[in-house]
Design a protein around this ligand. Structure first.
Ligand SMILES: Nc1ncnc2c1ncn2[C@@H]1O[C@H](COP(=O)(O)OP(=O)(O)OP(=O)(O)O)[C@@H](O)[C@H]1O
Length: 260
């Protein structure tokens, strides 16, 4: 049996008297590639932020690498990498400064962080802008810097929120392959995205969160059987009880066209 990476019991979280997480139970083992999906506002980012120790005030038990994260130790964070949906990149820094800085935060020496960051930037054909300010980078270039910063310290557990956002088709292929290799080498990956065809293809297990609860958990094939639908997009629509896309679109367009 592979090692436990995450163990969550009856996790609940409320904001302004409203429960956003309503009792989550989840066990994750080494090497799992988890597609973490759910409608907007379902509670995906909230769960991830709790796991990262960024959001407090929850009830229930959360163990990461066997350690209760409420116990106050920060050591477990060194084994985690994170690509947030909206990143606070320090625009005034160069890629080299930013990556060396984040590498050092994760415990690498400045020289090791710099050398590793330079080589990883080269893999993404960004070596020429290594010493340029991030403020001058395109969306895709920024995304690559974020991916590199999340991986510099070779984490065992990786949380990715829309990691392909802004990447061109060639870079998408490279990143998907990187994730497959990391997963095959035992890294655990939480892949949160709204792009269902990618999630369908890369995940070994899909977890669907709806209204702060796990509404489905299994391989893509298991989810298909559960809902008797074809694509993950259709499974998602069915499991979240959504059938109104055509009428919503129609209403939206008719409001836009009002008065014409
Ligand atoms: N700091 C906060 N204060 C108040 N409400 C919050 C806070 N953070 C999240 N929420 C609420 O919690 C709910 C879940 O938000 P969360 O960001 O976890 O959803 P999500 O599943 O990641 O959504 P998306 O797919 O849109 O990124 C939302 O209703 C949101 O408004």
């Amino acid at each position: 049996m592979r090692n436990e990476v995450l163990s969550i019991r009856d996790l609940r979280m409320k904001f302004n008297q409203r429960y956003v997480l309503n009792g989550i139970d989840l066990d994750v083992r080494e090497g799992e590639m988890i597609g973490y999906i759910g409608p907007n506002g379902a509670g995906k980012s909230t769960t991830v932020k709790i796991l990262l120790g960024l959001t407090k005030g929850y009830t229930g038990t959360v163990r990461v690498f066997g350690e209760d994260i409420d116990a106050g130790s920060y050591e477990y964070k060194r084994r985690i990498g994170y690509v947030p949906e909206v990143a606070e990149l320090y625009d005034q820094l160069t890629a080299s400064e930013y990556l060396t800085f984040t590498g050092e935060l994760y415990g690498l020496s400045a020289d090791d962080a710099d050398s590793k960051a330079r080589q990883l930037m080269e893999c993404f054909e960004l070596e020429k802008v290594y010493h340029s300010r991030i403020a001058t980078f395109s969306k895709g270039m920024r995304q690559k810097v974020l991916l590199i910063s999340s991986l510099l310290h070779d984490p065992d557990l990786l949380f990715l929120d829309e990691p392909l956002s802004g990447l061109d088709a060639n870079s998408v292929m490279v990143v998907k392959e990187i994730l497959a290799l990391l997963s095959a080498q035992g890294k655990t990956i939480f892949y949160s995205s709204h792009i269902m065809d990618v999630v369908e293809k890369i995940s070994s297990r899909i977890i669907l969160l709806a209204d702060g609860r796990i509404a489905a958990d299994g391989t893509f094939q298991e989810l298909q059987q559960q809902s008797s639908e074809g694509t993950l997009e259709e499974v998602f629509n069915q499991l979240t009880g959504f059938h109104e896309h055509a009428s919503i679109a129609q209403r939206f367009v008719s409001i836009v066209r009002e008065g014409d």
